[in-house]
Design a binder for this molecule. Sequence first.
Ligand SMILES: C[S@@+](CC[C@H](N)C(=O)[O-])C[C@H]1O[C@@H](n2cnc3c(N)ncnc32)[C@H](O)[C@@H]1O
Length: 450
Amino acid sequence: MTDPAATPLYPLALRLEGRRVLVVGGGAVATRRVPALLDAGAEVVVVSPRLTPALTALVDAGRLRWEPRTFTPSDVDGAWLVQVAIDDPVAAEEVSRAAEERRVFCVRADDRTRASAWTPAVTRHGPVTVAVLGGGNPRHAVAVRDAIRDFLDARPDVADARPEAGAAPPETRPATRAESRPRERPESGAPVDGADAVARGGGWVALVGAGPGDPELITVKGRRLLGQADVVVADRLVPGLLLDALRPEVELIDAAKIPYGPARAQEEINKILVDRARAGRAVVRLKGGDPYVFGRGGEEALACAAAGVPVIVVPGVTSAVAAPGAAGIPVTHRGVAHEFTVVSGHLPPGDPNSLVDWAALARLRGTVVVLMGLKNLPAIVEVLVRHGRPATTPAAVVQEGTTGQQRVLRCALGELVARVRAAAIRPPAVVVVGEVADVLATVPSASVER
Ligand SMILES: C[S@@+](CC[C@H](N)C(=O)[O-])C[C@H]1O[C@@H](n2cnc3c(N)ncnc32)[C@H](O)[C@@H]1O
């Protein structure tokens, strides 16, 4: 193959909807690349003896096909594109040879000089997608992409194609890198600017809320810190497209993959955060929704504080409010609900370890939002009705809220268990109980099941 830096590339955008893309490998690289392929509507087939938990979750959700074995050349038949996500050069060469023979473009994670196609560094702004190639230098591509992203963040009118979008007023000029750095005061001491701490050779940990599922619902600050990270420790529920945008050299640790039970696993995560930060690295602990809403973020903040590691907390958009909101359910509404209560349903009512007063909740007039409540839904509905919440109360369940897979089911509280079972609703989902579930029923919503 010719020197990739010497021959000009022909840039192209692919329509992958309904087209098969073969991914060979089921590790960290595949975990980063697959979400963008699925987002483009590709029919993804992963060939690998093993998968990461994040990819396993996509298989369980029926979003991709998994062939649990090693590659054979006929796997390329029928594919429009091949992504080699393994680092064994001999095995990777076998895949790209099979692709070349069949005239199928092939991207290689192990050696881009041997690939027939490259993936650019990408930033998306509404309808505009900017893809950058760095002449064979992915770090350069990412740096240029980040500069363009910062510019478009500061000048959303430029990416907005509406005819009325005009020149921005002078005060909306793009922030410089220095201006846009985080200025935070950590729990454990002096004011911390994440970038400054790194410049001083000191590491830090940022507990960043990734939002409920739509990758655009991370905060601007969260995304900036993600762009500065050397290490990202990600939960299972974080939007995959955020991982796709990471710099290639970022160490990505899948927290769901850490063995042991929940208590030991949490200790292990705390240790990873502290050890990496003490080694001078910029660590982002990326969590679904908000890090302090049933996210064990508090334990991680305490562990870092105890170790003298600076912690930056970046709140996130919690699914408790966002999933109902995306389904057309406001958790409060004037004249209807003046309060909303968010509870965890992971323990059933009556469990000696449960800290929720379900009887008191049943007597409230406002909205009750239950997270992690599907497994114990029959007991939750029973206790709410027994203690006074009418069985006719409007209720809803929102599965995978704010994502392309969002499903919404609405019915009376008394029918909820049977309807959820019949519709095969599965986690992650939030349950909403209260008059607000119906208050915007006349506003059209694409994904409502009645
Ligand atoms: C361990 S809790 C973490 C909550 C998260 N910290 C937050 O603020 O959204 C996980 C639960 O959040 C809810 N959840 C998270 N993402 C969701 C989504 N996109 N749609 C519906 N529910 C979601 C589900 O109840 C899920 O079982």
